[in-house]
Design a protein around this ligand. Sequence first.
Ligand SMILES: C[S@@+](CC[C@H](N)C(=O)[O-])C[C@H]1O[C@@H](n2cnc3c(N)ncnc32)[C@H](O)[C@@H]1O
Length: 638
Amino acid sequence: MEKLKMQTTNIVDENIKKIGELFPNCLTERLNAEGKPEVAIDFDQLRQELSKDIVEGQEERYQFTWPDKRNAIRLANAPTTDTLRPCREESVDFDNTQNLYIEGDNLQVLKLLRENYLGKVKMIYIDPPYNTGNDFVYNDNFDQDKQEYVHNSGQYDEEGNQLVTNTESNGRFHTDWLNMIYPRLKVAKDLLSDDGVIFISIDDNEVENLRKVCDEIFGSINFASPFIWSLPRGINAGLIARAHEYILCYTKNIFAVGRFNRLSDDVEYSIERCNKKIDSRHPESTIDFPSGIRYEGPDKTLEGEIEGSETIRIIGREVFKNGSLVEPVTLSAGWTMKNMILDWLAGREVYDTKGQKIVEFFFKDNGKLYSKKELNTYSIKSILKDIADTQKARIEIEELFGNQDIFSYPKTVDLPKLFSKLSTNKDSVILDFFSGSATTAHAVMQLNAEDGGNRKFIMVQLPEKTDGNSEARKAGYKNICEIGKERIRRAGKKIKEEHPEAKNLDTGFRVLKLDSSNMQDVYYTPADFNDRDLFEENIKPDRTDEDLLFQTMIELGIELSAKTIKTEIAGKTVWNVSDGYLLACFDEEVNETTITEIAKQHPYYFVMRDSSLANDNVADNFEQIFEHYSKGTIRRIL
Ligand SMILES: C[S@@+](CC[C@H](N)C(=O)[O-])C[C@H]1O[C@@H](n2cnc3c(N)ncnc32)[C@H](O)[C@@H]1O
């Protein structure tokens, strides 16, 4: 029996726990006054979390650090003024699809997604650069005025060194990689739902560092396990042929995840008796059974002892009628699964130590209790033996493009498909922000076709230029995004042909491209001046209505896959998002008729351009119209 604590809760410990849940990276260990190790808060780290600038501070404590770590935290927390611009021409089924393909540096993109997808992503799979000595690593330390150029080129800054090759001779080999991965994972965590899971491919170059970083960001308690992916062909270099890679699996909250999905629908059951011979391992104890428990056998009443080497004493009587126990009864025996029986009687889900679900306890003809257990295990093994290696992935590329060399080092579809099967529901959102040739999108469509699911994908990929001499360039693909998008088009077509029954399969995708803000770099607030003409210039001349609409959606936290319909009201274009949740009009000189009609539709949000208000009187007038027809509508000006 548990001892009484005889003291009130230690509030300091409770507070440390609460801060640790919010910022796992701020937990450290130190020696207390008695020289015993205890969990403590790393205040420097916490100060960094709460500061927009880099905070200095040195103190001896248990920590994992590297040069610029504080800057990496600051980068993750710093806001962005960037935006995502829709591109209809490159999209497939733009108006109906729920899938997104986003081009741009993933750190900025993740920050923008944080506005709309906070806590909404069920599974993330990423396959980041492994830092093999030949990888490009994105250099985030660029200043604001270089950003525009970077967005456009997708690869270089003014000095031509935005994407830099991280060679081992670089004195900051691991540092640069850590500075790249840390802020991205930190923002990605916010996107995960409470029961969300992230799978990260990696090899021996950075697995150690990645684990430490993830322990900090997700909390070591939320580490599920590394998967060791056993590669059929080893790489024969060095002393030992390397025949494995890793996939680290972290959860947002391991308790909220509970269990992974079973991989097959064919369930087998085992039936086991729940009491053994009474001895020191199975001492006699009683359990109270309520009426209603299922019974297999003819009607009967039992009293006294049930004979046999595994004796059960009936306290009262066991009355079975029409397939169930009809009176409560207490049974005394050497129980094998007592805690599980009690949990099940209390209405909880019960699993054995192998992760197998006990579906029920029931009585048999002999009056003894039995368990019925699903034999398929709920715990996947940490060694992945049946997933094919790069060779199969290359064949998958060849089947679509007629050439294996269109993309170097893709993963096989089987890998993200396995993780999706394990950890998602049929309508989950799945994200890959190092998407390369879009294998994850392919896997999501494939799985949906196979199990009738409606999972949605979000791919993020930098428009990294293809090498001038590469097969990809020869085939006309100027950057990796062009490969990724074409793969989704071709894979979608193939899957639809192979699964004609999957009539509603969504193989479309909405293309969005990261760019600098739609607003002029210097934006004046109305309080700054009275000259109306200047307002007209607050939006960059090359930006379209649809650009403004998507920036509005980001700001209002509306999912970027939301349905957007262009309508006309009294001669003005009005965008209707999510069946009237948002109505937006970016036309000039919006008139009262249009405003009245919009207000009559009672949108949750209404947005218009600043410059479309001819003067303050018009603004007041519009306010009155809304007050009259739709007081609750939240009105915003761009
Ligand atoms: C190893 S590949 C992923 C391959 C992918 N799993 C597949 O099967 O095709 C890593 C990808 O991440 C992209 N990448 C690297 N840094 C990035 C960044 N900062 N933002 C977005 N993508 C990036 C690279 O261009 C590369 O295509």
